[in-house]
Design a protein around this ligand. Structure first.
Ligand code: C2E
Ligand code: MG
Ligand code: MG
Length: 260
């Protein structure tokens, strides 16, 4: 498997899609999440939920992660220059990448090469990754924060969380997992969970981003709870770079906002 991955990387088979991230209060696109895709010869995609765990198991994720980071920051840098606005770039880090001994140094030198503003970069790690060896995780997080990078806990609410650790993590944001957003506004328990996560995050001084927002009713509920940011099919699917650029241009130059 490692060899197949390595060939795919050399042959430029992987691509990155970008999903818009929207400020729920103003309706503006403020950034994007980079999501990796592996197109196959039969025009299908191998979903990342399949190949990322395989890349993780084989150790290839470290190389793939470097490619993702370099490609995404180069792209976001080009967009920032073109549109003359800061664009928040969210990049996923998997478990093995996060604990790789060389992570911080390789990110530092990559940022220097790409000349990318670290304050526009945010790494996402899942709570389970962060909670495993919490003390080590806090050390790595601090080093990343020292580079000026923001940190978010991804898929919040689905993993194994300890609130006593949570308050010690130098993170900036919680991302509410889409499984809680899906049944808003019909399922009372999810309304309670989502509003409680948002209130807790705010009390800890963290921002909140909801994943998987597909309907206006979901966006409205999240807005009422003062959730700051959202992503989901309501605003835009993960898009190839040229299509994201077109969407961003339409909204940015045209002064358009998503309604709400
Ligand atoms: P994630 O980081 O939680 O990404 C959000 C997932 O939700 C993405 O799935 C996205 O396409 C999907 N999504 C976004 N909006 C909606 C919506 O409105 N409804 C629904 N049902 N789904 C929505 P995707 O792209 O299949 O990625 C799955 C996971 O694979 C990601 O979850 C992330 O954990 C991992 N992944 C993707 N790219 C990378 C990468 O470059 N590096 C690493 N380490 N992991 C990655
Ligand atoms: Mg993510
Ligand atoms: Mg997520």
């Amino acid at each position: 498997m490692h060899r197949r991955f390595a060939n795919a990387l050399v042959n430029n088979e992987f691509v990155l899609f970008y999903q818009p991230v929207v400020d729920l209060q103003t309706g503006e696109i403020i950034g994007c999440e980079a999501l990796c895709r592996w197109p196959q010869p039969d025009n299908t995609f191998t979903p990342p939920d399949t190949f990322i765990p395989q890349a993780e198991a084989s150790g290839f994720i470290v190389q793939l992660g470097e490619w993702v980071l370099r490609t995404a920051t180069q792209q976001a840098f080009a967009w920032q220059k073109r549109f003359d606005v800061p664009i928040l770039l969210e990049v996923n880090l998997s478990a093995r990448q996060f604990v790789h001994y060389n992570l911080v140094r390789s990110i530092e030198s990559m940022l220097a090469n790409v000349q990318y503003r670290p304050d526009c970069l945010e790494f996402e790690i899942t709570e389970t990754v962060a909670m495993t060896n919490a003390d080590d995780s806090i050390g790595i997080m601090r080093q990343l924060k020292n580079l000026g990078i923001s940190l978010a806990l991804d898929d919040f609410g689905t993993g194994y969380s300890s609130l006593s650790h949570l308050k010690r993590f130098p993170i900036d944001k919680l991302k509410i997992d889409k499984s809680f957003v899906r049944d808003i506004p019909n399922y009372g328990n999810d309304l309670a969970i989502v509003s409680a996560i948002i209130a807790m995050a705010h009390a800890l001084g963290l921002k909140v981003q909801a994943e998987g927002v597909e309907t206006e009713a979901q966006a409205e509920f999240l807005r009422e709870c003062e959730c700051e940011l959202a992503q989901g099919y309501l605003f835009g699917r993960p898009l190839p770079p040229d299509e994201f650029e077109e969407l961003f241009e339409r909204y940015h130059r045209g002064g358009l906002v998503f309604k709400g």
